[in-house]
Design a protein around this ligand. Structure first.
Ligand SMILES: NC(=O)c1ccc[n+]([C@@H]2O[C@H](COP(=O)([O-])OP(=O)(O)OC[C@H]3O[C@@H](n4cnc5c(N)ncnc54)[C@H](OP(=O)(O)O)[C@@H]3O)[C@@H](O)[C@H]2O)c1
Length: 315
């Protein structure tokens, strides 16, 4: 079973944009949704709104029928976005509004993009499974977990299949400039020292196109009644240090520019955040296809293109 049309919230974001592009290339009819200030990617229909209630959404969509709603919009991904009221409004209340609107639009499933931040701390370094308690200690993780729970409960009451998919680390073209790879690239390109933490944190890093493919695969199995929650990740531990060193190696930059230990670690930053991808692999046959080295190469190429385009525009 597959689907022919989809709506993507947060379509202007890093993952929303990659998902829209993947679904468009797969021939789906697409509605891309953002907030009033968002810059949306090309789609069959673009809608900008403040998703304050299901009624507001239904009015803006004007009877549009979609098979799947992918809910990518969230607040708090940037570490500086920490307003609790906005976090709750976006990550919980708006998730509920989108679930109700999806049911009203006749959607056959709702794919909710969750996060590894929803999980509570782990006692020892092992791959986190979906059964791990949702006991986030920070506001962002707690609001994401609350939004997933609220959305799931509402969807159940509306008999709408709710596919909760928790991403771990995602990297690739289109990432915000403050994130590790674009930051390291920018500094090394200028020949400047790169201020980094010790880099000993272990992360699970999925290339963004694989994230888009995994979300689409999770939608397909939701239509067949196979529901998660599912982790969407590689299961392969990589240190932040190894990632930064790979960027420097591929750029041919002197590794001494990577100043590990210069920055203090973030107080709430876990040292180990690796997911177990096997549940989704077994249910959907999904496995990531792009490894770290290839993903870094593709991202560096995209950053180079962007840099050349902006320097041409400045001339
Ligand atoms: N990136 C990762 O490594 C990662 C890891 C785990 C989970 N996730 C999850 O993946 C989803 C997408 O994340 P992303 O990396 O694509 O983040 P992103 O690039 O920051 O995009 C966030 C999206 O949400 C929208 N948004 C932000 N604040 C909003 C608000 N108050 N009301 C309505 N929309 C708002 C943004 O719109 P504007 O463009 O207008 O700002 C954008 O479209 C999120 O649910 C996040 O929790 C991401």
């Amino acid at each position: 079973m597959s689907f022919t049309s989809a709506l993507v919230t947060g379509a202007s974001g890093f993952i929303g944009r990659a998902l829209v592009s993947h679904l468009r290339e797969s021939g789906k009819r697409l509605v891309a949704v953002g907030r009033p200030t968002s810059v949306l990617p090309p789609a069959h229909r673009q809608i900008k709104l403040e998703a304050t209630s299901a009624r507001v959404i239904a009015e803006a969509l004007h009877g549009e029928a979609v098979d799947i709603v992918f809910h990518c919009a969230a607040y708090g991904i940037r570490p500086t976005d920490r307003e609790p009221a906005r976090m709750l409004a976006t990550n919980m209340a708006a998730t509920g509004a989108w679930v109700e609107a999806a049911a009203a639009l006749g959607a056959k499933a709702f794919v909710h993009v969750g996060s590894c931040s929803e999980y509570g701390p782990i006692a020892k370094p092992e791959r986190i499974r979906e059964s791990h308690p949702l006991d986030a200690k920070d506001l962002y993780g707690a609001s994401k977990a609350a939004g997933g729970r609220w959305g799931a409960a509402l969807a159940r009451s509306l008999q709408l299949p709710f596919q909760w998919v928790r991403l771990f680390g995602v990297f690739g073209p289109g990432e915000a400039p403050h994130r590790l790879l674009p930051y390291v690239y920018d500094r090394l390109y200028r020949g400047e020292r790169v201020d980094l933490t010790s880099g000993r944190q272990w992360r699970d890093l999925l290339y963004v196109d694989d994230a888009a493919k995994g979300l689409a695969a999770a939608a397909v199995i939701a239509l067949e009644g196979r529901l998660g929650p599912f982790n969407l990740c590689t299961g392969e531990p990589v240190t932040v240090r190894a990632m930064a060193e790979e960027v420097a190696r591929q750029m041919g930059a002197p590794p001494e520019l990577l100043d590990f230990g210069r920055r203090p670690p973030r107080a709430d930053e876990p040292m180990w955040m690796i997911g177990d991808p096997s549940f989704l692999a077994n249910a959907a046959g999904f496995r990531h296809s792009i490894g770290l080295s290839e993903g870094v190469a593709l991202t560096l190429r995209a950053l180079e293109r962007e840099r050349r385009a902006s320097s041409m525009a400045e001339r």
